[in-house]
Design a protein. Structure first.
Length: 209
C-alpha cells in the first residue's frame, strides 16, 4: 500500500479556504487553483534526485547541485484537471503534458475514455495525474488504468480536496499510486459531492453550470 500525503502548509490551507468560498468568482478561483498547485508541487517533487555539477560563479569555481535528469509528465483529467497544469509547469517547465478525457456512461455509470494521449516515452517518466477533486474515485481510477495501459509504471495522483471514500477506492484499485492531497474532507454526501468541498471544480473554473 502506498502513502497518502495531506498538505499542512499554512499558505496551502489559507488559499484552499478562499477556493472553497462560494463568493470566489471564476477568475480568482482559477488563479488560486494555479497558486495552490504550484505550492503543492514543492512537496510532490521533494524526492527528486540531485547530482553535482561544476559551475563558475562571479567569485570562483564551485560544485553545486542540479536535478539528475528524471523525466516528468503531467496528466490532467479533463476538464477540471487543466486548471492545475500551469501551476506545475511554473515549477517544471520541461515536463511533458498528456491528457485523459472521460465521461460517465448513463446506463452503467462507469467512466468511459474518449481521449487519452500521453508522452510516447511514458514508461520512462514519472507521471503526475492531476484533478482538483477526489470524490468517488471513479474518474481517477479509470484515468490511471488507461494510462497504465499505455505503459506507465510510475504514477502519483495529486488533488486539492478529497475524502476517505475516494482515497480508499483509488488505493483499492491502484495500491502502487501515492496520493498528494491538499485537504481530506469529511465525507461524500448523497449526491456524491464532497462535504464541505468546493462544489463542482470544472463549473467554478470555467463559469459553467
Amino acid at each position: 500500500m502506498r502513502k497518502v500525503f495531506e498538505m499542512d502548509h499554512p499558505l496551502i490551507q489559507h488559499k484552499l479556504t478562499l477556493i472553497r468560498s462560494k463568493d470566489t468568482g471564476s477568475k480568482e478561483f482559477r488563479e488560486l487553483v494555479k497558486e495552490v498547485s504550484m505550492l503543492m508541487g514543492y512537496e510532490v517533487t521533494r524526492h527528486l534526485p540531485l547530482e553535482d555539477i561544476e559551475i563558475e560563479t562571479p567569485v570562483c569555481k564551485a560544485t553545486s547541485k542540479v536535478l539528475a535528469g528524471r523525466k516528468l509528465g503531467i496528466v490532467p483529467i479533463l476538464r477540471a484537471g487543466l486548471g492545475m497544469v500551469d501551476g506545475f509547469l511554473s515549477l517544471l517547465p520541461a515536463a511533458k503534458v498528456g491528457h485523459v478525457g472521460l465521461y460517465r456512461d448513463p446506463e452503467t455509470l462507469e467512466p468511459v475514455e474518449y481521449y487519452c494521449k500521453v508522452p510516447t516515452d511514458v514508461n520512462e517518466r514519472e507521471l503526475l495525474v492531476v484533478d482538483p477533486m477526489l470524490a468517488t474515485g471513479g474518474s481517477a481510477r479509470a484515468a490511471i488504468r488507461f494510462i497504465k495501459e499505455k505503459g506507465a509504471t510510475n504514477i502519483k495522483f495529486v488533488c486539492l480536496i478529497g475524502c476517505p471514500e475516494g482515497i480508499k477506492a483509488l488505493h483499492d484499485e491502484h495500491p502502487d499510486v501515492d496520493i498528494y492531497i491538499g485537504s481530506i474532507d469529511e465525507k461524500l454526501n448523497s449526491h456524491a459531492y464532497i462535504e464541505p468541498g468546493l462544489g463542482d471544480a470544472g463549473d467554478r473554473l470555467y463559469g459553467t453550470k
